[in-house]
Design a protein around this ligand. Structure first.
Ligand code: PLP
Length: 389
């Protein structure tokens, strides 16, 4: 009889693992399943990045242990990208940590900063990994509702001053998963003020920083005056360069937090394979047209999807960034009953909103992660269920 540690009892099963199982079971029945439930980019990594790995992999230097906090050339490459894209200056050695995808850092920051019982403010709905990190650290979550009425931004004036004073950490995420909302400089300014006033560390998750629509480039939290004093930003190559399988991400900003993250990483990982670091640097320093093209492709998928939704009478607001659409479920359904029905009767996988928090109960999340014709086909199939008239 194995007796797990107490810290494991608060850890829920990974949300997407269940979704993948359901989708696979439907496909195993021989059905043509359109999976728009997971956030897994469907396009390949640009060839010049793959070529950089092929070139680097035979180098014996990379076959040995890499430097604990990663190769300086990669830290310099990401600092250079932030300077060019956002005008943000970062000291590559003190203000950059290399991560195994953004995910590891998002979990580690809770372990770095929270003692058991410490409060962390998390968005609801929000990316479930924030909760996992807080649960592993034994922290306590206080939810900040994200509602359509407030453009899916947290309302800091609704956080009780007592909770705010006790909170040690907070997560924000724009462009947002799951709502597709984006945030502007005014929101980030309020965030820095709120964090500084209450002594809260800000973890800004910028996983979808490259994907903004309608001519608007997403804003980085680090562009805000004072941001580096109160927090860090998590940035990843997974979505920007279709590199989700490569597992490369970064924490950027406050040097004390970066040094804590590096310390914890030294114990867990001793950094990524050097060949991957070389390819990641090639992604960051090479031609950036692939990034512009990627955002444009998601925008045209979004437009095709909303065209098809208009035809079946499914009303929703369009996302302004990320590759997710946050769609209200028809009357009489919950997020789970609707996504189960759609999988069973239309062979379309949508993520039930409740998986992202209680404020997701009336929504499903659809990922723009299939070609336009497949997205339109998914909506046509859902339309045949006759739920939106
Ligand atoms: N943050 C958000 C909001 C995400 O949706 C994801 C991935 O889906 C991540 C972070 C983590 O990305 P990765 O670990 O691949 O860098």
């Amino acid at each position: 009889q194995i007796s797990p540690a107490d810290r494991m009892t608060g850890l829920p099963a990974q949300f997407f693992a269940g979704l993948v199982r359901k989708a696979n079971a439907q496909a195993a029945k021989g059905r043509d399943v359109i999976n728009l439930g997971q956030g897994n980019p469907d396009q390949p990594t640009p060839p010049h990045i793959v070529a950089a790995l092929q070139e680097a992999a035979p180098n014996p230097m990379y076959h040995r242990y890499p430097p604990f906090s990663g190769y300086p050339f990669l830290k310099q490459a990401v600092a250079q990208r932030y300077k060019e894209d956002y005008g943000v200056e970062l000291d590559p050695e003190k203000e950059v940590a290399i991560l195994f995808g953004g995910k590891t850092g998002l979990i580690e920051i809770s372990q770095c900063l929270l003692n058991p019982g410490d409060i962390c403010l998390v968005p609801d709905p929000g990316y479930p990994d924030y909760w996992s990190g807080v649960a592993l650290a034994g922290g306590k979550m206080e939810y900040m509702p994200l509602t359509a009425d407030n453009a899916f931004l947290p309302d800091y004036s609704a956080v009780s001053p007592d909770i705010a004073d006790k909170a040690k950490l907070m997560f924000i995420n724009y462009p947002n998963n799951p709502t597709g909302a984006t945030a502007g400089p005014e929101f980030y300014k309020q965030t820095v003020e709120f964090a500084a006033k209450h002594g809260i560390v800000v973890a800004s998750d910028f996983a979808y920083g490259a994907i903004g629509f309608d001519g608007k480039q997403p804003v980085s939290f680090l562009q805000t005056p004072g941001a580096k004093e109160v927090g860090v930003e998590f940035y990843t190559l997974s979505k920007t360069y279709n590199m989700a399988g490569w597992r490369v991400g970064f924490a950027l900003g406050n040097p004390e937090i970066i040094s804590l993250i590096n310390l914890i990483q030294d114990h867990y990982y001793c950094s990524l394979f050097g060949g991957i670091q070389a390819a990641a640097a090639a992604a960051l320093t090479g031609p950036q047209q692939c990034v512009t093209d990627l955002a444009a492709a998601y925008e045209s998928r979004r437009n095709a999807l909303f065209g098809a939704m208009g035809e079946i009478g499914w009303k929703a607001s369009k996302p302004s960034g990320s590759f997710f659409c946050w769609l209200p479920v028809p009357k009489g359904y919950t997020s789970s009953s609707f996504s189960d029905l759609v999988l069973e009767k239309a062979d379309v996988v949508l993520a039930p909103g409740v998986g992202f928090g209680t404020h997701g109960e009336n929504y499903v999340r659809l990922g723009l992660l299939a070609p336009e014709e497949r997205l339109q086909e998914a909506i046509r199939r859902i339309g045949k269920l006759g739920l939106f008239e």
